[in-house]
Design a protein around this ligand. Structure first.
Ligand SMILES: Nc1nc2c(ncn2[C@@H]2O[C@H](COP(=O)(O)OP(=O)(O)OP(=O)(O)O)[C@@H](O)[C@H]2O)c(=O)[nH]1
Length: 539
């Protein structure tokens, strides 16, 4: 094998060396973000460069073809690795899964196999002609697999890489844009080199400057990654923080179209994150919030695959007076709201239950202190209430009236027990109707009633009881009783004149009642005053 070492071979070798050096530097900085794909990329470019240097140095056409095949190891993998490095700048880790990588490297593998077996089919190279430009250059005629698999696929990968870098340009905060522009410029270099080679505009026919361009790109990327470390780390850290956030974040342009979204936003809105990009907000409620949430945070209910309540906050993104767009932050407050609703419901049920228990207690208390037949209070209530009131001195004066229906036994005997009951109910209604709310009407025995009239003196008490007696003695037909007249006798005692305690007053009232009965019934008697010896009829 004869060699002719030309300046062009030295140029290609330099590219290889540059790439190998960058590869080692990258390996040395393997902990830096982005270094993994840069190491691989530079290894591929180094192979390409060394292969090219050898191809440019050997003189024999067959040997040149062999080195071209070796060179293809780098040529074919470089664009894919470049794309992966650019994807790394966008934190698109899903591209680095094994299956995706296998898919991405499948076309280069096929092309490499086709290059190895080119002699049998000529799908990659169709002819090999020494270049008229000299310099030991060989011009390769290219077959369909070259245009489709090598040029087409490589350019596609470089295009995607360029788009990724453009995207990085867009999502990087302003202070990191310089870095992204540099990357983009670096990305355009190999394109330019390859364009010159394929278009025949290369200064020397057959000279491929692409590996040199890629090597220079590698140097720029290495500088970017390892020298301006911060510039590389911070955007990644920022973007990572955004991706890891539990809150959904949407970046909206002035027209309300989504230009960026984090995975949480996709999850909250029940859509793949990427499908949100370039679209208006996916639900009308959020769209409406866009109009209203400018000033204050608001809540939006999203009912997609699951019911979700979102707390929506909007922040204007502006540069001076110019509005660039808006940042929408979504927080899932479904659990909070559901818990609050459940708590409210439980509270409400508890309140209802307490009210029910209180009502039952009141009912029970009524049953305990009321006479079931007439609805008047019973002796127990009289003892509890009146005794307490008298004992606590809460009344300055009071009259206690003891009433007994005259000849009630006769009513029962003549007209039956039910009529007797009706008479008892009639008298109760009459007494309740004739007294004030503060007065207490009680049935203390068979046909015996006590009425306590707080703040009532002798004259008023006598007048009142006399009125009741007269009403009772003239039974109106609408009462439905088989009598035209009924009668009761009553004894009145006065607090504190006749006694300080209920029992004393009851005893004095009983004496007065007894006097009324003895006096011929249907009358009212006042208990004797302390200076009187006998009970006096009230009228
Ligand atoms: N219908 C009815 N009668 C009752 C009730 N409680 C007691 N009595 C009756 O009331 C009557 C009371 O009779 P007495 O104590 O002799 O009294 P009186 O017949 O009114 O006689 P004087 O008091 O002397 O006028 C008895 O026949 C009892 O059975 C009741 O709840 N309903």
């Amino acid at each position: 094998m004869s060699f002719l070492f030309t300046p062009l071979a030295a140029l290609a070798g330099t590219a290889g060396l540059l790439a190998a050096g960058t590869c080692l530097l990258s390996l040395h900085n393997s902990r830096q973000p982005g270094s993994r794909w840069l190491t691989w990329l530079m290894a591929a470019v180094a192979l390409w460069g060394f292969g090219a240097a050898m191809e440019l140095s050997v003189q024999d056409v067959a040997a040149k073809v062999v080195w071209s095949k070796f060179e293809y190891l780098g040529t074919l993998t470089t664009p894919v690795l470049f794309m992966l490095l650019a994807a790394d700048y966008n934190r698109l880790e899903r591209l680095f899964r094994r299956r995706t990588l296998a898919l991405l490297f499948a076309p280069p593998t096929v092309c490499f196999l086709l290059a190895l077996t080119n002699a049998w089919h000529g799908l990659i190279w169709t002819s090999f002609t020494p270049s008229p430009a000299g310099h030991n250059l060989l011009i390769y005629g290219h077959g369909p697999a070259f245009w489709l698999g090598v040029v087409g696929y490589s350019h596609l990968a470089c295009l995607v890489a360029g788009l990724f870098l453009l995207r990085a340009l867009h999502i990087f905060p302003r202070q990191y844009r310089g870095q992204a522009w540099l990357l983009l410029a670096a990305a355009l270099l190999p394109w330019a080199g390859n364009f010159l080679y394929l278009s025949g505009l290369s200064p020397l026919a057959g000279l491929d400057l692409t590996p040199l361009c890629f090597a220079l790109t590698g140097v720029v990327l290495a500088l970017d990654l390892f020298y301006f470390k911060l510039l590389c780390l911070v955007p990644i850290a920022r973007a990572k923080a955004l991706e890891a956030m539990g809150d959904g974040v949407l970046v909206l342009d002035p027209q309300g179209l989504v230009v960026d979204a984090n995975p949480a936003a996709g999850q909250l809105l029940g859509q793949p994150t990427l499908s949100l990009i370039g679209q208006p907000l996916p639900c009308p409620a959020l769209q409406a919030a866009l109009e209203t949430a400018d000033a204050a945070p608001c809540e939006v209910v999203v009912s997609g695959t699951r019911f979700t309540v979102l707390d929506v906050r909007l922040h204007r993104l502006h540069e001076g007076d110019l509005t660039l767009g808006r940042l929408m932050v979504l927080r899932d407050i479904t659990e909070k709201r559901l818990t609050e609703a459940a708590l409210f419901e439980a509270n409400w049920a508890l309140k209802a239950r307490v009210e029910e228990v209180q009502a039952l207690q009141a009912e029970l208390h009524e049953q305990v202190v009321r006479d079931p037949l007439t609805g008047a209070f019973n002796r127990r209530h009289l003892e509890e209430t009146a005794a307490t009131r008298l004992a606590q001195g809460r009344m300055s004066a009071a009259a206690l009236v003891l009433i007994d229906i005259d000849r009630f036994k006769e009513v029962n005997d003549r007209h039956g027990h039910a009529t007797g009951d009706a008479v008892l109910q009639y008298l109760t209604a009459l007494l309740q109707d004739s007294t004030r709310t503060d007065d207490i009407v009680c049935r203390i025995g068979g046909e015996e009633f006590v009425v306590l009239l707080p703040g009532t003196h002798a004259e008023e008490a006598i007048e009142a009881v006399e009125r009741w007696r007269q009403r009772f003695s003239q039974v109106p037909p609408e009462a439905g009783l088989p009598f035209e007249a009924l009668g009761f006798s009553a004894g009145i005692t006065l607090f504190p004149l006749h006694g300080q305690h209920l029992q004393t007053l009851l005893e004095a009232a009983d004496t007065a009642l007894y006097a009324a009965k003895r006096g011929g019934c249907n009358r009212v008697c006042l208990a004797p005053l302390p200076n009187q010896s006998a009970t006096v009829p009230a009228r």
